[in-house]
Design a protein around this ligand. Structure first.
Ligand code: UT7
Length: 329
């Protein structure tokens, strides 16, 4: 019997309508379009507006679009994994809520928390359930409402992030397409450089934590930048080497969109030309778990069956990784 691999057979995406531009941020904090553009590559980001709206409201349209494209009913989904750092609630899992909202009655679901590498960790996890033969339709959705944990008076973080979601459907393949190899890493000693100080069990919410603005993203940017440049490039080069992939064999680098300078360094190390790098950071900013599937969503029409894709990310935790995907359609 041929080996079963997990092929991506459909992509969906969603970004909210409201656009927050660099010009808008200039009016909110001491920043300017030139600084944001040259240091990060971001021009504008999308923000989910509306009381009572959460991450599941970003994920639901992305997953429904994917079902429509593939011509399946949500009740056919066996399992749904939601990668997120901004779950609807501390518990239960946002995946449960998404399944309920879309009518995925025969699916179970859970969330994976791995910050900006969440989509990669979730994709590999979902792929294993397909490879084992246990499930036939696994949805992996990366969704974050970063505006819920961003302090719009802190210029060092508020210019970076946006809201959005992207989703892929995984199905069994016996012709060698899909998720072919992965390297996933984590190093908890990086926690001090990028985290949310309060709201978890170490420091539960209190008047004190709210007054101290500890329920927002805290980032010491430079150490994160240095670790991202080194590690994202390292795993991307390593996955190419161990699979004997040369730069000319790579159709697309699909990088996490945290900073254009980190993406450039990764592409450079891999020897991959700029023209093969998916880049949409200027439109959406850093949507955390959403960046990589939103790239696939934006580029779907340009992708060809057999294209070799290298997905790569680095994020809080620290977490990082790289995945080799052979495109299936
Ligand atoms: O996705 C999760 C993983 N996260 C990342 O990968 C992010 C990694 N880090 C970065 O991308 C970069 O470190 C940042 C974009 C966050 C910051 O860029 P940087 O080149 O490292 O800037 P910096 O933090 O060294 O700050 C340089 C200067 C500082 O002023 P002084 O001290 O030199 O006077 C900052 O106060 O830029 C100032 N600055 C700003 N100026 C205008 C910081 N933020 C802003 C701002 N507008 N928004």
């Amino acid at each position: 019997m041929s080996k079963i691999t997990a092929a991506i057979t459909a992509v969906g995406g969603y970004v909210p309508e409201f656009v927050l531009s660099n010009g808008d941020l200039e009016k909110m904090v001491d920043t300017n379009d030139e600084w944001i553009t040259t240091r990060t590559g971001v021009k504008e980001r999308r923000i989910l507006k509306g009381a009572g709206k959460g991450t599941s409201d970003l994920a639901v349209p992305a997953v429904l679009e994917l079902c429509k494209k593939r011509g399946i009913d949500p009740s056919e989904i066996d399992m749904l994994i939601c990668a997120t750092t901004t779950p609807d609630y501390v518990f239960p899992a946002t995946a449960n809520i998404i399944c309920d909202k879309i009518g995925a009655k025969n699916s179970f679901g859970f969330d994976i928390s791995a910050a900006c590498s969440g989509f990669l960790f979730s994709l590999v996890t979902g792929a294993k359930y397909i490879e084992s033969g246990q499930y036939k339709k696994v949805v992996v959705v990366g969704a974050d409402k970063m505006s819920a944990i961003v302090d719009y008076t802190d210029r060092t973080t508020c210019v970076l992030f946006g809201d959005g979601a992207g989703a892929v459907l995984l199905e069994p393949n016996t012709e060698g397409y899909g998720v072919l190899d992965s390297i996933l890493k984590s190093d908890g000693s990086g926690v001090k450089y990028l985290h949310q100080k309060s709201g978890g069990s170490v420091s539960p919410p209190s008047h004190k934590t709210i007054d101290a603005k500890e329920h927002f993203v805290f980032q010491d940017g430079q150490p994160v930048f240095k670790a991202a440049v080194v590690n994202m490039a390292q795993v991307s080069a390593e996955i190419m080497e161990r699979n004997k992939l040369k730069a000319e064999d790579i159709a697309w680098l699909v990088p996490h969109q945290a900073n254009k300078r980190i993406i450039d360094a990764t592409a450079n190390r891999m020897g991959v030309d700029d023209s093969k790098v998916m880049l949409n950071i200027h439109k959406y900013g850093n949507t955390t778990s959403g960046t990589i599937p939103l790239c696939l969503w934006d580029w779907e029409k340009k992708l060809k069956k057999g294209d070799n894709l290298i997905l790569a990310a680095f994020g809080g935790g620290f977490t990082w990784g790289s995945i080799w995907v052979k495109w299936a359609y």
